[in-house]
Design a protein around this ligand. Sequence first.
Ligand SMILES: C[S@@+](CC[C@H](N)C(=O)[O-])C[C@H]1O[C@@H](n2cnc3c(N)ncnc32)[C@H](O)[C@@H]1O
Length: 327
Amino acid sequence: MELPAHVAANRRQWDAWASDYVAAGEASWAGQPKWGLFGLPETEVGLVPASVEGLDTIELGCGTGYVSAWLARRGARPVGIDNSEQQLRTARLLQVEHGLDFPLHFGNAEATPFADDSFDLAISEYGASIWCDPYVWIPEAARILRPGGELIFLVSAVVAVLCLGDLETDTVTTTLARPQCGMHVFDWPDDDSVEFHLSHGEQLRLLRECGFEAEQLLELYAPVDATTRYTYMTAEWAAQWPVEEVWRAPTALACVTVGQRYRAKGNTDEPLRGQVRVVGRAIAAVVRAQRRTQPQREQPTRKYVRSAACWKLLPTTPQSALRCRYE
Ligand SMILES: C[S@@+](CC[C@H](N)C(=O)[O-])C[C@H]1O[C@@H](n2cnc3c(N)ncnc32)[C@H](O)[C@@H]1O
């Protein structure tokens, strides 16, 4: 099947970039879980669930596979999918080096080869979460997640996307460079890659439409003395405005999920639909009981995580050369 143009473009671009990500992949496989451009530790962020023991997990856009490696070490059964053969090559070499073996699929996270209800947790750190079309990959994640499963994904913060320069060599500023209204496709002028970013309201609407409850939106800030290898962002900026955001979205009550799937398959029979709801409610009760009995862990400190922030927006005329499609 022919790939959508943005998927083909991102494949070419990521195959070309893969060699630049080997060292970071090696360091991440060897170290503790850290997130985002400034490597905030998991003990600080609290991004993954308290226990992943025995969960079937899928990493959408797994790159070098370190997130799946962390999940494997915590007792999960991870699977990774990525659109770049070169990134997966690094992931496979690191699997051998670290003696960890889990399935890695070469493919597009917008149209995965997995059956309905295959996974308990879908996760993406700067993977499908920014390189795939959200109107395609989020419904796909909903399809392959089981009732009671959870979708967790890390993206660039909306305010950061609005203030970034057009070129990777431009450093972020405190000026809005482009409108938020209708943001969706970002076709940066200095390379062939295509990114996707939605405003908060639209992201929330889409998640709910796909059967997710948006439980948490974590805003990640950086310590002022933090460092990053990416020159387009600075710690000074990221200490004042969120550099990244993490959405934690469990699938909504199983009765909704089961009912939606039933209707999506074209079923209209009323008595049967009632039975589907009863089965769904029973599943939802089990899921809720399981959530209540999950072991508690130490609370993350969340020093650099805020759920709300105040900032003064500087009005400006958008003068961006970035080719965006606002819809
Ligand atoms: C910045 S990496 C993030 C992955 C991981 N956290 C890492 O740093 O290795 C982005 C990954 O998304 C992958 N990607 C881009 N488009 C994709 C698609 N349509 N389906 C699956 N993966 C995709 C790229 O090939 C790349 O490996």
